[in-house]
Design a protein around this ligand. Structure first.
Ligand code: SAH
Length: 574
């Protein structure tokens, strides 16, 4: 039995909702809270307390016996936003109870036991539609109970916890399939986006006719509409209202192909009617097959009563495509890692990166994530590894510091990647931007980044670019400015800039931006000491208008210091 205890009016409302949802499973303990908790603690296997965690900790502290005997306890906050598994996460079933309470009250389960903290709070968090006993299977996953994985071609899934595996004995079962299957309790199915539905329609074919045809075709073949990735048709039908509406109702995008492209695709059932109307002997089958795949439902027509059919459709199953996310981690600080980057890290089942960057985000990965880390210098190999893993159909995250496309992994990876995998980029806060924010506003006008590393770029090329920036009065941020073996490049580059800028031109030096040992200073072209610069540093040199104001580096947006851009004074000054 689950004992329910509350203290406030809001708590009582939520408590009663839970009691109503769980007749025979939960019982309300009324009266003074201390006494209610004491009785429930003695009599129930589990407690749900609509009280602050601190209050519950104080109330149960004198009652605790041991891990095996104590009940599982879940706390729900006043606003009903969080269901916190406070005590007995595994043994007492509090983790699973938090999931269940969350389902009823719309609260987020908060689970802090080690194996679950960065795991999945529920199956519905994996980014795929899910059906069946979602709470039952989530519970088993959270409890570390064996879950049998029955996957058809899976596609790029996030890492699943180690207790979910093809060898899992059940009774909990997780299917990954587009097929319609009978589900028992403790069984759930994730729906991969594996199906494409080709659709043809004559002008003004009704939405219900198109949608009904698609639903019948899928049902007839034992396929789930939740696995439909997209509707596809010919360009000429891009605005056909019945098709557009059917796609909207299914919640999928509509993609179209030129008739000439469809005409080239071999199909089992070509016909003259579409050839005359839109210029291809097949719309539904050809569009469905245009991106490859296996034809599961050949062309079929709608069957409206009392008139000719106005719609056709065909269904294709596509081979799963791997997914490569190229993720910028930002300069170092956790709060400069974007939420999108975090999501991509948690969406991946394979992580590829430089060991020191992996250390930066290891705690964010899902348990079960395969980590392929390597040392400095192995860039090409890292890129190849990441692409090869994606080609196998996995969800891969390739990480880089700052932005992964700036002097980093995106270029070698995308040089390697073909059209056979999906690629997504997640921008990151670059070292130049992080440094600029520390220095003040040095990048207020045109600026450029130049890497002083001549390991991969001949010095003549670097020097030509520095010269061009100098002549054009562009603010310059130097990356890779100086290392033990490369010490003359920075002074040389600065001397080129000094040929076109005053000795007093502000220069910002930022070391380890946003990292624990961050340091920075604003100096000048004349006074910068290259000895203070190393490979953890960026150096930003202002243009001829940049000033040091109150210790901060500021470049004006225009070349008129005095006038505000939109003020009347600004206007008259033009
Ligand atoms: N992709 C990264 C740059 C990688 S090149 C980005 O977008 O920022 C490596 C160089 O970047 C280093 O030699 C250093 O010059 C600079 N750098 C990277 N992180 C930095 C940080 N936190 N503080 C200062 N400089 C940094």
């Amino acid at each position: 039995m689950i004992g329910l205890i509350s203290a406030t009016a809001a708590g009582a409302v939520a408590r009663d909702r839970l009691a109503a949802a769980w007749p025979g499973r939960a019982v309300v303990y009324d009266g003074p809270v201390r006494e209610a908790v004491r009785r429930a603690f003695a009599e129930c296997e589990q407690l749900v307390c609509f009280l602050a965690t601190g209050a519950v900790v104080r109330l149960v502290a004198p009652l605790l016996v041991d891990k095996a005997a104590d009940p599982g306890i879940v706390c729900v906050d006043e606003a009903g936003r969080h269901a916190v598994a406070l005590l007995g996460g595994h043994g007492g079933g509090a983790n699973a109870l938090a999931v269940d309470v969350g389902e009823v009250l719309g609260a987020a389960p908060v689970v802090t036991t080690a194996t679950d903290a960065v795991g999945i709070a529920g199956l519905d968090m994996l980014g795929l539609p899910v059906e069946g006993d979602v709470a039952g299977v989530s519970r088993a996953m959270l409890d570390g109970a064996p879950v049998a994985l029955r996957a058809d071609a899976a596609g790029p899934l996030p890492a699943l916890p180690p207790n979910v595996s093809p060898d899992g004995a059940g009774p909990a079962v997780l299917y990954i399939t587009d097929r319609i299957i009978e589900l028992a309790s403790q069984e759930a199915v994730l729906r991969p986006a594996s199906l494409a539905v080709g659709v043809g329609a004559s002008k003004d074919a009704p939405e219900d006719e198109v949608l009904g045809l698609i639903r019948d075709a899928l049902a007839g073949a034992g396929l789930s509409p939740l696995s439909v990735a997209e509707l596809v048709t010919v360009d000429a039908k891009a605005g056909e209202p019945g098709i557009v509406a059917a796609a909207a109702r299914l919640g999928v995008p509509l993609r179209t192909y030129p008739a000439a492209e469809l005409a080239r695709i071999e199909v089992p059932h070509p016909s003259d009617a579409p050839l005359a109307a839109v210029g291809t002997p097949s719309v539904a089958e050809a569009a469905a097959l245009a991106a490859g795949g296996e034809l599961l439902v050949p062309k079929r027509k709608s069957q409206p009563e009392g008139r000719a059919a106005m719609a056709t459709c065909a269904v294709v199953r596509r081979a799963p495509r791997g997914r490569l996310a190229v993720v910028g981690l930002g300069p170092g600080a956790r709060d400069l890692l974007t939420p999108r980057a975090r999501d991509e890290l948690r969406r991946a089942s394979v992580l590829v990166g430089l060991d020191q960057y992996v250390d930066q985000i290891r705690d964010l990965l899902r348990p079960g994530t395969t980590v392929l880390e390597s040392g400095l210098g192995a860039e090409e190999e890292r890129a190849r590894t990441a692409v090869a893993e994606a080609r196998k159909g996995h969800a891969v995250a390739l990480i880089g510091s700052g932005d992964a496309g700036v002097y980093a992994m995106a270029s070698p990876a995308l040089a390697e990647a073909g059209a056979d995998i999906d690629v997504v980029g997640v921008p990151g806060v670059t070292a130049a931007l992080a440094a600029a924010a520390i220095l003040g506003a040095p990048l207020g006008h045109d600026h450029v980044s130049i890497s002083l590393s001549d390991l991969h770029t001949p010095w003549e090329v670097i020097e030509r670019r520095v010269r061009a920036a100098a002549e054009a009065d562009i603010i310059v941020t130097f990356y890779n400015p100086r290392s033990r073996g490369r010490d003359w490049q920075l002074p040389k580059a600065l001397s080129i800039l000094a040929g076109h800028r005053e000795p007093a031109t502000p220069v910002g030096v930022v070391r380890n931006a946003s990292r624990p040992d961050e340091s920075s200073r604003v100096t000048s072209l004349a006074e910068l000491d290259p000895e203070t610069v190393d490979m953890m540093t960026v150096v930003t040199v202002g243009n001829t208008a940049t000033r040091e104001i109150a210790g901060r580096m500021v470049t004006p947006r225009g070349y008129r210091w005095q006038s505000a851009p939109d003020s009347p004074a600004g206007e008259s000054a033009r």
